[in-house]
Structures are given as structure tokens and as C-alpha cells.
Write a new protein. Sequence first.
Length: 420
Amino acid sequence: MDYSKYPVRNILCIDLKSFFASVECVARGLDPFKYPLVVANPNQKGAITLAVTPYLKALGVKSRGRIYEIDKDIKYFIAKPRMNLYTEKSKEVISIYLDFISEDDLYIYSIDECFLDVTNYLKMYQKSDSELALDILNTIFEKTGLTATCGIGPNMLLAKVAMDIEAKHNPNNIAKWTYNDIADKLWTITPLSDMWGIGKKMEKNLNKLGFYTLKDIALSNPMMLKDKFGVMGLELWNHANGIDLSKIADYKILAKNESFSHSQVLFKDYNENNIKLIISEMVEVLTSRLRKHNKQTKNIGLGIGYSKIYEDGFYHTIKLDNPTDNAQEILNYCLIIFDKFYEFLPIRKVTISYGDLVTKKVVQLNLFNNIDEEKDNKDINSTIDEIQNKYGKNSILKATNLLKDSTAIERNKKIGGHYK
């Protein structure tokens, strides 16, 4: 592949190593590389390890495992999570980044991970990107006692993957990948879930198609992936080839166009078995709003917030080639995002957004659309909307709304629906 047409920037992806556990060790004057500390709820049976020190990782103890899974011969100590402390420490590190670069060139990806675009600073500092990265990592350690790892790449994707895959194994905790490293380093990643953006569910789906390495995906037909996974399939193919056109600025620009969104805080833990019912119901709510305003969306976003103890989650969007107000199509895209990024943790919040809204003028069909089916769906949806607008949201329900995990009836009551 000819990479000469793709932009080359100097992107750093910096992650704070074993963040929660390291913060707890530093607060106690302990060395996280020599001390066996686990961050978990000590009073919870079967508690999940939110973080473990590098010392324990070297012994095979995993983060996000269960306490009872730790080998009985390994001695360890438990620290109760202190999210306020971790947030304050994260802010300290972010202030260090801002000593080196402008806020415009910083993207906060999570509480312990950030992207920095240092392209326009190298000449000023008279340093290479690797030298500047080392200065930043040393400053973090000097001021906070925390160890960080850094991936460097010509785009955000390769910087992130270099950090995830290689940096932690290098003596200086830094790894730089270029387009020339794609065949030797990116394509050899296996299992596929080791790749940023491919979760366990997506890995299983890809394995069924005969894909076991990034090279398998990179050398496949991108149109086949698009047919299977929609626009997410094309993104998957691009990423397998090390292509990422996104910029930090893209994440910092507030959307100027009209958008609809809907969030729901759940009153119990949900998982992959029952959360899809909630997502489906929320898609129905937002899609009804699209129809009411005669709008269609070209940008679908799904956010998942995990149980409060994890202070974690994800939010990702899919940009569509053509606008839609079809609930089933939108639901399919939401589920693709979910399957790709879900980490098998208890879920307490769901957010769905429709952006890039356009006024619906005509129905654009392709050769594979059934015109009669499109018209029938439109008539049915219009009839349901009319009934619910007149008699309340709970006046007509789907059978799935009666399932025990559904929140539709109670949610409709709170927003003014009349229960019949």
C-alpha cells in the first residue's frame, strides 16, 4: 500500500501504568514495582480487581479479574478504591502535559490516558518526538511518582497501538511506530482482541469469517467487511492497514449542527444479555423524535457507563454515508459499537445520540429496498406515533416492553406517558 498520500504527524499516546494501584502505592510511600497491592472492594464477595501493581502483573495476576482467581500462594494486600484521589492525580498529570503543549493539542481519552499532538512543538524544543516524550515521562515521575508509557505514531491509531503492544516492554517505556512498521508489527497482532477497538465479541465474529490476525483483515476485501459490519467494517479495514485520518481537533470541536440525544441511568446492573433490550427501547424513543421533527441522522453515537466503582465506560460514533430514520438500521449500528467496545463489566448508564441531522425530503431507496415494505413500515410507525401522542406513551407497547428488564413503562410514566 502507498502510504505517501496519508498525513504524518507526531502523535504521543501516554498511559499511566497500573494507574489506580500505582496511586495507592505512591500515597503509602511504596514502590508499585515491588509491592503486591490490589485495588478492589474488600467487603464485596467475588470483587473485581480494578487494578493491580506491576509487581503482581509480573506474577500473572490480571486487572479486571476476580479476587478469588488470584493464586492462593501469592501474598497481596487490598486497597479500597478512592476515585476522588485518582481524579485529582489525573488532573495533576494533565497539568504537566499543558506545561509542554497547548490545550488545543491535547485529547483526554480516559482518566489515565491522553493523546498529545507534538508536531508543531519539536522545532521549538529542538527535540525529536522520542526525546520530548522521554522528557514528559520523566517529569510525570518526578512530580507525581507515577510511571507512564508512551506510544508514538504518525496518527492516533498507530500511537495508541504502539503504546498498547510494545511500549510497556521497552526499557524506557517508549515505542515509536511508523507506516514502515505496519507489516512487521501491526499485522502480526493476535488474538485480534489485543488490537485497540476490537472487543471479545467482535473477535469472535471476525474469527468466524476466517480472520485471526490484523494481516488477514488488511488483505481482505473492504467491501465485504462493509457489507457485514456497515461503515464500521471500512474503519476496521483502514485500522488493520494502519490508516487513521482522525485528528485531535476532531474530538474538540463542539457540534454546531442540530442533534438529539437520550441518556438513561439504570437502577440495577445490566450486562450483554439484557442491555440490548434497553438500547432497543432507547433507539425507538429517539427515532420517534426524528419522525416527529421530520429529520434523519447521519451520525449515530452509543455510550456505555459502567457501575460507579469502575468510573469507566466508552462513547463512540458511526458516520453514515446516507441519512436514516430507520430504527432497525440504527439499532444494528448501535449493537455493532457495543459488541466492538464492551468490556464485560456491569452497566449502569446508556447514552444514545443522533447527530448531523438533516430534514427528510424524499425517501432514497437502493436497488435492494422493498418499496412496499418501506411504505408499510412508515404507515405503521405513523399510526403508532399518533396513538401514543394522543393517549400516552404506554397506550401501545411492544411485547418486549413487558419483560422484567425493560424500563419503558416506568420511563414513559416519568416523561408524561399515561399508563392504560
